[in-house]
Design a protein around this ligand. Structure first.
Ligand code: ATR
Length: 273
C-alpha cells in the first residue's frame, strides 16, 4: 500500500507551522502518512503540481506566493476559493483532477465557535481592520455566518474601497476607525499591527460594548495588545492561533480520511515548535 503524502507548498516555507500541526495529528491518529514542507519557486509551480500525484501526494496546503496562482491551475475551484480569490488547500483526486479550496473562512468561524460560543453573528455589525488576503477570507466568513453589516477600514484607503465594492460592504476612513465601536458585535484585526516587533494597533476600545467579540489574526504573541485591552474591559477576546489550527481540519480529513480535533494539546505542540 502506498503511504499517503501531503505537504505545504510555498516560498519561503521554512516558517510554516503546518508540518508540525499535521504531523501531530498523523501521530495522534496513528496514520501511516507524511506531511512535508516543499520550497517551490513560482517558475516551478506547474511542474511540481503535475508531478506530486505521481509521487504519492494526496493533497497540499498552499501558502505565499502561490495562493492566487493555483486557482488558474486547478481543474475544479470551490465557490469559496473563487470568492476569496485564493486557495490554501489542494486535493489530488483519484481521477487525476486537481481540486482547489480555501478553508481560511471556515477556520476563522470554527475558531470563534470553539472559543466564543455565545457570540451571535446576527447580533450587530462587524468591523474588519486591514484589506489584505486575510481580510478577504474573513469578509467571506462573516457574510456566510450571517453578519448583516460589515465595515472595513485600511491604512491605504483605495484597498479598502476596492474590497468594499467587490464584497458589497462599507469602507470607512482609517482615521475614523473608532467611530463605529459603540454599535459593533465583532472587531477583527487582519493587519500585522500588534505582532512581535511591530507597532501596536492604535485604537482605544473604551466605547466597545462589553458584549462585543474581539479577535486578531496575529498569534505571535497570542495575547496582542488589542486582545489584552478587550479582555481588560470585559469583552470576549479570541486569539488568532485557533484560525490557523482550524483551517487545517478540512484538508487533513480529505487527505487522510479522519477528522482531527483542535485541542489544547495541539495548540501547545504548535506553539512549542
Ligand atoms: P495579508 O494577505 O496577510 O492580509 P497583506 O496583504 O500584506 O497581508 O496585508 C497586510 C495588512 O496590514 C494591510 O491591510 C496593511 O495595510 P496597507 O494596505 O495600508 O498596507 C496592514 N498594515 C501593515 N502595516 C500597517 C501599519 N503600520 N499601519 C496600518 N496598517 C498596516
Amino acid at each position: 500500500m502506498k503511504i499517503p503524502l501531503a505537504g505545504v507548498i510555498g516560498c519561503p516555507v521554512g516558517h510554516s507551522r503546518s508540518p508540525v500541526l499535521h504531523g501531530t495529528w498523523l501521530q495522534q491518529h496513528r496514520i501511516a502518512g507524511h506531511y512535508v514542507p516543499l520550497h517551490v519557486e513560482a517558475a516551478d509551480l506547474v511542474g511540481v503540481l503535475h508531478t506530486m500525484p505521481r509521487m504519492g501526494f494526496v493533497g497540499a496546503n498552499v501558502t505565499i506566493p502561490h495562493k492566487e496562482a493555483v486557482l488558474a491551475l486547478a481543474d475544479d475551484v470551490s465557490e469559496t476559493a473563487l470568492r476569496i480569490g485564493a486557495a490554501n488547500t489542494l486535493t489530488f483526486g483519484p481521477d487525476g483532477r486537481l481540486h482547489a479550496d480555501n478553508t481560511d473562512a471556515y477556520g476563522f468561524i470554527a475558531n470563534l465557535r470553539q472559543n466564543a460560543p455565545s457570540w451571535d453573528a446576527a447580533s450587530g455589525p462587524a468591523l474588519v481592520l486591514g484589506a489584505g488576503g486575510a481580510a478577504r477570507a474573513i469578509i467571506v466568513a462573516l457574510q456566510d455566518a450571517g453578519v448583516q453589516e460589515i465595515y472595513l477600514t485600511n491604512r491605504t484607503a483605495a484597498r479598502a474601497e476596492g474590497l468594499a465594492q467587490e464584497f458589497g460592504v462599507t469602507a470607512l476612513p482609517w482615521a475614523d476607525r473608532a467611530r463605529r465601536l459603540p454599535e459593533l458585535s465583532c472587531l477583527i484585526n487582519t493587519t500585522s499591527l500588534g505582532m512581535a516587533g511591530q507597532a501596536a494597533l492604535d485604537l482605544d476600545l473604551t466605547a466597545l460594548p462589553a458584549t462585543a467579540l474581539v479577535t486578531d489574526i496575529v498569534y505571535t504573541p497570542l495575547e496582542t495588545p488589542l486582545l489584552a485591552q478587550a479582555r481588560a474591559q470585559g469583552c470576549m477576546a479570541v486569539d488568532g492561533l485557533g484560525m490557523l489550527l482550524h483551517q487545517a481540519v478540512p484538508g487533513f480529513e480529505r487527505w487522510f480520511g479522519t477528522r482531527p480535533e483542535v485541542t489544547d494539546a495541539l495548540r501547545a505542540a504548535v506553539l512549542a515548535a
